[in-house]
Ligand binder design. Structure first.
Ligand code: SAM
Length: 355
């Protein structure tokens, strides 16, 4: 026990925290029911007066038993509190209901990760996304993205876009101050960033480099906005090391992309990106590193998201510590010319040049 003496936490608090872990999946599903059955919202609307159990089950058309077990669980979890037999919303309950980051993380956990996470141990031991079978018969989730059905598809894209959307307006001036005439948007996904590039700079031509299924989805969006003359597609599976990127671009852009690959694969992709650059060109890497976060909640979210990659996405990648990515950049024959933290919600931008 001497080992623990430097920790400030009291044993009784640590034991309480351990129970929240022991009942983790129960806690999650209880809060999901409180939210999705409209109970939390009803409690929120009752404000400082609070609401009785009877009012909750009557208004929500639930049994007394059902409303009671959920609300009592909510007390233990800390999303509601009780005063004079009336339930009130806590600050944590407020975040569950109204905080966008919590909502996208919550829905992503439920719709994409929950069932497959049961196979996390198998995924770690076997080095493959053993949980992915609950979503579809693919080697990686990216092969199946365009085939996912709602609400799964919606939850995946809302999770992805919540983070990257907030970063895009901030990075555009950083990229376009160097006036690139051409840009590869590697892992361009739905084409959101490419569209912002052509709207920001009247001259740039963009190529979306992504899996064939993704390009199909992006192409439809780009066509709808009338930019097919300036944004083209280059469908490719970059896991195949023999597939080069076409030579001759001023900028290669990778946003929330390299976290989909193992370190060995990242080095191979970065080498191919470096080979595609025109003289003076740059590779831009926008990522979320758990060691670069200001807030514990952000670092925690990223450490948990890593396990989505382990069990669901590909079995071998993660939300990296920045030192791992820096090692990959150097191993690929690049160096970091500019390193900017605090972009968007939690991103870091590396501008890399050839050594
Ligand atoms: C997490 S999304 C990032 C989307 C977007 N860049 C953003 O910042 O929101 C990763 C993208 O990488 C693509 N991708 C994954 N594996 C790939 C592969 N082996 N070859 C090419 N693209 C791949 C996926 O299809 C997806 O569009």
């Amino acid at each position: 026990m001497e080992f623990f003496t430097t920790e400030k936490k009291r044993a009784i608090e640590a034991q309480h925290e351990a129970q929240k872990i022991a009942f983790g999946p129960v806690v999650f599903q209880a809060v999901r029911c409180l939210r999705d059955l409209g109970i939390l919202e009803l409690v929120a609307e009752s404000g400082v007066l609070g609401i009785s159990l009877e009012e909750v089950y009557t208004k929500q058309n639930l049994s007394e038993y059902g409303a009671r077990v959920l609300l009592e669980a909510g007390l233990g979890i800390g999303v509601v509190k009780i005063q004079d037999d009336r339930y009130l919303l806590t600050k944590t309950g407020h975040f569950i209901l109204y905080d966008e980051m919590t909502q996208v993380n919550f829905d992503f956990t439920q719709d994409i990760c929950y069932l497959g996470m049961f196979d996390l141990k198998e995924s770690i031991v076997e080095g493959r996304p053993a949980g992915l079978k609950v979503l579809g018969p693919w080697n990686t989730i990216y092969e199946g993205l365009s085939k996912l059905k709602d609400p799964l598809k919606k939850s995946w894209f809302e999770f992805d876009h919540f983070y990257s959307d907030k970063a895009f307006p901030e990075v555009l001036p950083l990229i376009f101050k160097n006036k690139p005439k051409s840009l590869y948007d590697v892992g361009g996904n739905t084409g959101k960033f490419s569209l912002q590039c052509v709207k920001h700079d009247a001259d740039v031509k963009v190529t979306i480099v992504d899996l064939p299924g993704q390009w199909g989805m992006a192409e439809a969006n780009i066509k709808a906005e009338g930019y097919l003359d300036r944004i083209s597609g280059y469908p490719i599976n970059l896991l195949d090391e023999s597939q080069a990127l076409p030579k001759g671009t001023d900028a290669v852009w990778m946003s929330q992309f390299l976290d989909c690959f193992s370190e060995k694969e990242i080095v191979s992709i970065l080498k191919r990106a470096a080979d595609a650059l025109n003289p003076g060109g740059a590779v831009y890497i926008l990522e979320t590193y758990w060691d670069r976060q200001k807030y514990e909640a952000a670092a925690f979210s990223l450490q948990m998201t890593s396990l989505y990659f382990t069990a669901m996405a590909n079995g071998n990648s993660q939300m990296y510590h920045s030192k791992n990515m820096i090692q990959c950049v150097h191993a690929a024959g690049l160096y970091i010319e500019e390193d900017i933290d605090d972009i968007g919600v939690s991103h870091t931008l590396f501008r890399c040049k050839k050594k």
